[in-house]
Ligand binder design. Sequence first.
Ligand SMILES: [Zn+2]
Length: 454
Amino acid sequence: MAVVRQRLWAPRAWLDGRWRDRVLLGVGVDGCWAEVVPDVAAPADAETIAGPVLPGLVDAHSHAFQRAFAGLAERRDSAHDDFWSWRDRMYGVALRITPAQLHAIAAHLYLELLAGGYTQVCEFHYLQHDHDGHRYADPAALSHALADAAADAGIGLTLLPVLYERAGFTAPELRADQRRFATTVADVLALQGAVRRPLVNAGVAIHSLRAARPESILALAERSAGPLHIHAAEQTVEVDDCLAATGCRPIEWLARHAPLDRRWHLVHATHTVPGEIEAVAVRGAGVVLCPGTEANLGDGLTDLSGWLNAGVPLALGSDSQVTRTWPEELRWLEYGQRLGQRRRNVSAAPDTEPSTAARLFERVRAGGAAAAGFARWGLQVGARADLLVVDASDHALRGLPADHLLDGVVFSAPARPFARVMVAGRWCALRDDGIASRFDAAMAALWKSGVVSS
Ligand SMILES: [Zn+2]
């Protein structure tokens, strides 16, 4: 057994998908759980945790720079506004941001994500080059900015450098306003190995089928290791364009032509037919859902029951950063289904898990770990020693029967549900005046440079 460097004892903790009482948690010298034992009295040498303990979750899809844009795209000044007009405006931020600003904005975001219950974030990282589209002296400059930000905040980081080659299925070049994104397969492989630091790992990503050539997609899949993420079927326009160009829907194309397996994580997967869900399930690939962003952008509703019942690994992503806490993402995920179907507790499984919150939480706990490349995740021996302490004294949670605490966290929404957060055996500071003031300065500079148009 690993040497224990620190013992914690919690009155309640979420083990194996349910609450257990009086739980001893031992942190090993490697920052992973060395012992997890329920139903024991608190040893004299253990730090007693004041409230119930949950595992941290993985935020499996983040574009950190888009945090600078949250709240700035909620006005319409023309007849029509949709994903594509939002994207044009978002590119305005992408084109202006500097490495120092990315560092400042991401550090602030990562503190918010920690406070929101995420202890690992997957950066789907496509902003690579300088304002003119030239490589930085260190081509991984913006990857290092993200890693610096993660270190400042204390969150774990999975870097996913993105293959981005073209503007569309029939547009072989990038648009001028996509010049900071251009990468080849060789670039992505070099970026994957460029940042080696504690609490940082790496996989790779493909922006989407429209933004990468088929031969490049297959080459990257063959030559890379670790998790492989791709945006898929977020917009009906993308599905229509894919059908016109290839004769297949996007996920259908991936199932037929790409080596889909457990490495692959399809981000959004909003517009599907049952055969595509079945194909993803058979191949073992996962899906990353971003309910807050998908609602904000008017993407549509995924076939959540289809994914759940097929056993497909599911994860959550904060994506455009309009939502930065997982209880709110889970609430949006379930409420979208309820509104669409005019039913309640759509995600519950009466025979095996009647709690909607518990079923969704367990699915995204496991699916998020896979998306970030972790074999073990949660309050179990060998997993990284991450945890969340629920503030059960919050006005929103007081008086709940103990077994309903997770239901309350998700559906009866405290503003700040987590009192303390631990990553790799260390308590995180959830507020940092230096990070906040650097964020304010970066935002003010971006506003001055013209990001806010009205
Ligand atoms: Zn995205």
